[in-house]
Write a protein that binds this ligand. Structure first.
Ligand code: HEM
Length: 120
């Protein structure tokens, strides 16, 4: 990847429409402009993520290996390493949400148990 092009998030954010549409998936930048109208999941699915990090949405759909092959034909460069963290801010929210489950769930059960046993 020595001479691979690196793009700043600021520039990627500008390609956010039908006339020019870039997305980031797993640290790689793709120019998906020509693919929007061919996408089996509809143009809106891609346009909603235009100019941003679409990693989580792409994974959540459970895209096939065929989809990944198409993706590689649209590769134009890498996300600049300094923008990786900014780009991943939403995954921190996810981690926090998942991490809170083991605290909230037993807490609620314990509270319910205490309230029920006090009734007698
Ligand atoms: C350029 C990047 C993308 C490519 C190359 C791509 C490719 C594909 C392909 C080939 C399919 C057919 C099913 C499969 O083979 O997995 C598909 C379905 C789909 N894609 Fe994408 N996709 C891309 C980005 C996205 C994004 C960012 C979203 C955002 C949510 C999305 C949402 C969907 C949905 C909802 C379906 C339909 C799934 C179904 O009907 O079961 N795709 N995509």
């Amino acid at each position: 990847m020595a001479d691979a092009v690196q793009y700043r998030l600021e520039e990627i954010n500008r390609h956010n429409g039908r006339e020019s549409c870039w997305i980031v998936i797993e640290g790689k930048v793709y120019d998906v402009t020509k693919y929007i109208d061919q996408h089996p999941g509809g143009d809106e699915a891609i346009l909603d993520d235009a100019g941003t990090n679409a990693t989580q949405d792409f994974i959540d759909v459970g895209h096939s290996s065929d989809a990944r092959e198409i993706l590689e034909t649209l590769f134009i460069g890498y996300l600049h390493p300094d923008d990786e963290e900014k780009n991943n801010s939403t995954s921190w929210l996810r981690i926090a949400a998942y991490a809170s489950v083991p605290v909230i769930l037993p807490g609620t059960l314990m509270l319910a148990f205490v309230l029920l046993s006090r009734k007698k």
